[in-house]
Design a protein around this ligand. Structure first.
Ligand code: FAD
Length: 289
């Protein structure tokens, strides 16, 4: 019997499993979907706490994650890039500011870690023992391990009986990278260049569950982002992606409840908060066992 079962193989479950294993625990991840089918795989996965409200705990997770991604990128972990980033507008509420952020009158600039999830998630998954398994309730996992981490994202709405959990649908467009490196975020649109493509976004539609890309939204994103970064005009479109961000009124829930450590509700900032959450999940698991 493992010491811990982590239910959920997205960015939150996988980073938690890695940290738990490093703490000397015997860990197994159960995931309904392979990493490439999770919401985490759709993420632009740029470090920035999108639509996340300040609280000291969240700030600490964000900064710990920033440091960890910076360290991993320097160590050559596959799928990680550091991109110079401009946030245009929104220069007032900078509680999240990472080291080295510079503030102008109309924009802030900082170096942002970016994870190419098609590479980074498999790299994480290869570090842990992962099984394709769907639970109908968290008790299914509690029968096989004394402690269970509930990192099921949006599915926690049912599995934890938490009505505060809701989806925020996000649609993005991928285009071939015409040679840009700077990432830009402005009201309504963002441009995140990766090694071969560029993520153009995006939408935030609360309580929308439809996973079908909307062609009108694609055209709006292409026009808005080309106005922001003219080098994108006419870039070859590679495809659309849609994902449902696992949001929660009141913010993420990383909390122990008996033999279960809940870890869900990271909304639009799961990558940004991942390694910091993972450290807290590990502390909570160690308290339980
Ligand atoms: C378009 C878009 C852009 C984004 N951009 C960014 C960004 O730039 N930066 C950032 O930080 N965040 C971004 N996000 C948000 C980020 O994707 C999420 O916060 C993050 O993926 C949440 O991770 P998670 O592990 O909690 O959930 P998920 O990735 O959804 O993983 C949940 C896991 O639980 C498993 N599961 C569910 N039910 C069961 C069950 N019954 N039994 C077993 N397993 C189960 C699933 O199979 C999956 O493995 C973006 C999201 C979208 C949609």
């Amino acid at each position: 019997m493992p010491d811990v079962i982590v239910v959920g193989g997205g960015i939150i479950g996988l980073t938690a499993a890695v940290r738990l294993q490093e703490a000397g625990l015997d860990v197994v991840v159960w995931s309904k979907e392979p990493p490439e089918r999770t919401v985490s795989s759709v993420a632009a996965a740029v470090w920035y706490p999108t639509r996340t409200e300040f609280n000291p705990r969240i700030r600490a997770w964000g900064l710990e994650t920033y440091e960890e991604f910076t360290r991993q990128a320097a160590a050559g972990v596959p799928g990680l890039l550091i991109r110079q980033t401009r946030n245009v507008g929104n220069v007032d509420s900078l509680w999240w500011a990472p080291p080295g952020l510079s503030q102008g009158q109309e924009e802030v600039r900082f170096a942002a870690p970016l994870a190419e999830m098609s590479v980074y998630l498999p790299w994480l998954a290869a570090r842990v023992s992962i099984e394709r398994r769907e639970v109908r309730s968290l008790d299914d996992a509690l029968r096989d391990a004394p402690v269970v981490v509930n990192a099921t994202g949006l599915a926690a709405r049912e599995l934890a009986g938490d009505p505060a959990v809701f989806p925020a649908r996000g649609q993005i467009v991928l285009v071939r990278n015409p040679g840009i490196e700077e990432s830009v975020r402005a009201s309504g649109f963002y441009v995140h260049p990766r090694s071969a493509d560029v993520v153009l976004g995006g939408t935030w539609d609360e309580n929308e569950w439809d996973l079908t890309p909307d062609p009108e939204v694609r055209e709006r994103i292409l026009a808005g982002t080309a106005a922001l970064v003219p080098a994108l005009s006419g870039a070859e479109v590679l495809g659309d992606r849609v994902g449902l961000r696992p949001c929660r009124r009141g913010g993420p829930r990383v909390e122990r409840e008996g033999s279960v450590v809940h870890a869900y509700g990271h909304g639009g900032a799961g990558m940004t908060l991942s390694w910091g959450s993972a450290a807290e999940i590990t502390r909570l698991v160690q308290k339980v066992s």
